[in-house]
Design a protein around this ligand. Structure first.
Ligand code: IPM
Ligand code: MN
Length: 322
């Protein structure tokens, strides 16, 4: 039976890279029953729609969601990010953001907590627009939210040959949130004596990402650190055009999207590298149980140097290899 997948091409380069992803999935022999959703900055500009609750409810009945990128420069910053992407993550409880990287001769995975931290929306303004205005934006960290994320990371580390997990945080300054993360990490580690553990401050991790990424196998970190670190991860492993991601709810519908954004500066120019979206499609296929097709797509994308040309040329090249 065909897998029922919701497609949100979105804005800018999003629809173009998703089209290549779907082309490659088809070439791999997997049949998808797709449902298109016209959402994003452009849709908002048209009629003010961001993400209706009825649409969210519909999504709960799907097998997966496949997203290109959302956001247009004309729409106020945050409106689409919060109203669509984060609402999707929070409402569907996509609490694991899994981002794999391949540095030369070595691969590692970042598990980013995806529903809490500074993204949770805590805070606000006081006396906004006056000389005495105050803005706060706190970081929300729950034992439940941290533990389920850390536990997922330990399970993943256990399943990999490296069996190594690094916690990345900033415990020397964030002595409340950092303490909760560190205690949760250390207590959970007691259930995984076969997994070796390490800890890095996030600033030091930035150095290691560039200088010695081979020290990493699985990394677990909070939402904002994970956001920043995974852009860096993309940069040190072939470029952001290759960085794929999964937003997972292990007990519900999950969403797959490239790490990159809508890149409005190159939209419509057939210039964007669709590989990140294609590899996100492969992650989706794995999630749908189509392991053979997923492995074949990954293999077709393995030689990064050969994946040059226009968006459609790269898509055709990869599809051709299948
Ligand atoms: C990402 C993006 C999003 C994030 C934005 C668009 C809200 O940068 O998926 O990494 O910050 O999580
Ligand atoms: Mn990001």
């Amino acid at each position: 039976m065909a897998h029922k997948v919701g497609i949100i091409g979105g804005d800018g380069i999003g629809p173009d890279v998703v089209a290549e992803g779907l082309k490659v999935i088809r070439a791999a022999g997997v049949e998808l029953d797709t449902v298109d959703y016209h959402l994003g900055g452009q849709r908002y500009a048209e009629d003010g729609t961001v993400l209706p609750d009825e649409v969210l409810d519909e999504w709960r009945g799907l097998d997966a969601l496949y997203v290109g990128a959302v956001g247009t420069p004309e729409v106020p910053p945050g409106l689409i990010e919060r109203g669509l992407l984060l609402k999707m993550r929070f409402s569907l409880d996509l609490y694991i953001n899994l981002r794999p990287f391949e540095a030369p001769g070595h691969d590692f995975v970042v598990i980013r907590e995806n529903t809490e931290g500074t993204y949770a929306g805590e805070g606000g303004f006081l006396r906004q627009g006056t000389p005495h205005e105050v803005a706060t934006q706190g970081s929300v960290n729950t034992r439940h939210g941290v533990e389920r994320c850390v536990r997922y990371a330990f399970e993943l580390a256990r399943s990999r040959p490296g069996k190594h997990l690094t916690l990345v945080h900033k415990t020397n300054v964030l002595t409340f949130a950092g303490d909760l993360w560190e205690r949760t990490f250390n207590e959970t580690a007691e259930d995984y004596s076969d997994v070796e553990t390490a800890y890095n401050h996030v600033d030091a991790a930035c150095i290691y990402f560039v200088q010695s990424p081979e020290q990493y196998d699985v990394i677990v970190t909070d939402n904002l650190f994970g956001d920043i670190l995974t852009d860096l991860g993309g940069a040190v492993s072939g470029g952001i055009g290759f960085a794929s991601s999964a937003n997972l709810n292990p007990n519900g519908v999950s969403m797959f999207e490239p790490v990159h954004g809508s890149a409005p500066d190159i939209a419509g120019q057939n210039k964007a590298n669709p590989t990140a979206a294609i590899l996100s499609g492969a992650m989706m296929l794995d999630h749908l149980g189509e392991h053979d097709a997923a492995a074949r797509i990954r293999k077709a994308c393995a030689d990064k140097e050969s994946l040059t040309g226009s968006t459609t040329e790269i898509g055709d090249l990869i599809a051709g290899r299948l």
